[in-house]
Design a binder for this molecule. Sequence first.
Ligand code: PHE
Length: 449
Amino acid sequence: LTETPLGQGNKVERFTSSGFILAAIGSSVGLGNMWKFPYITGLYGGAAFFLLFIVCLILVGLPILLAEMTIGRGGRGNAASSFSNLASDKNWKWLGFLMVLTAFLIMAYYGVVAGWTLQYTVDSLSGALSKPGMDFEKQFFDFAGGYWPLFWQLVVMVICGIVVGKGISGGIEKFNKYLIPGFLIILLILMFRALTLPGAAAGVEFFLKPDFSVLTGESALIALGHAFFSLSLGMGCMLTYGSYVQKEQSLGKATVAIGIGDLGYALIAGLIIFPTVFSYGIESDKGVGLAFMALPAAFSQMPLGTVFGGLFFLLLAIAALTSAVSILEVPVAYAMSAWKWSRKKAAAIISAVCYVIGIPAALSVGGVLTDWTPFGKNVFDWFDFTTAYVLMPLGGLVVTLFTGYAWKRAGEEAGLTGFWYRAWMFSLRYIAPVLILAVLLYSIFVKPV
Ligand code: PHE
């Protein structure tokens, strides 16, 4: 196998083994766990939805996660060329290229929400969110509908551009090594605070005591889509990270560690958010604004609320940034080898392009583009819908079909034999493609979300 050649001046880089696990957990744990997961759980079925999500994660998510990392390390290229390095039919790389495009779309709206978290961190700490009698819903839309989000989105893109521009060991790995331990400490403090609030038990019950009668076909669609989003699958991210993994590292163990990390953070996020909002008698079905409306409302009534609120949004910001860098790395890695750009040039230009694509998304939550809803959704919702519920599952389908049917040596590269190899293949060949197809057809033809 020949490694995809990089542009001049670009080094071939590798993660250390712990650095890889941290970076991959940093990628998977993000706004998905802390912002999206709680609000979709609130909307689509509480504890029963959580269980459905766990099933999707195990049956479909983890096998595809392992497959993506395996393709990356086996192919040693970007999200497109890794496929053509491994397959006899070179056309696979076009399907991989689709994933690179998906990464652009995700980055565009992810950067917007990441920007909101920065503003809310500042506002919580400065006390601007704790004025008595504040209307937090109005506050959120006033802020999101203004022009400050464009500034914060720029800050996010600049940070990502710098980190990715510094490369794998000096940039992405270091960034995650510093941020993730701090992240864990804040998380535990907040969970302890939430669970000791009066009336916290009702929130825990909503989150953990299932009532299956509330599930619908739509819940299944959202749960599977979210398994992709949450594990950063179907858009070449884990594949690109995988291409920097050393040969000696066990990808099977990495899969388990990342799965536990992602699920663990979703669980803890739920144990922070639901007890907190229930304790203050706030509704949990607020949709995209849940974290930005219900929680500030609760923090504003809590003793030391400015500190806890500030910590909460800082947590969200860290989670968002460690994911955002992983998204940006996908097109940057592509540009470095396909167009022979230097890493710094690729990071600068691509983050600028993602910034520009994200502007219409930023302006459509309460802003001037809110009521522009071509085909029934505004731009922000279109970015979310097409990526999480169409393009990422589609990318996942490409990965399962490639690993399950086209590439014969996947088991060797993944280091799997016997039972685990057969179980992995069974999921990749039958379970995952069937479920993904069902969900794709449902989401496109029956009930667009
Ligand atoms: N997994 C991240 C989250 O949960 C989002 C993400 C998607 C990151 C795709 C990278 C790639 O927020």
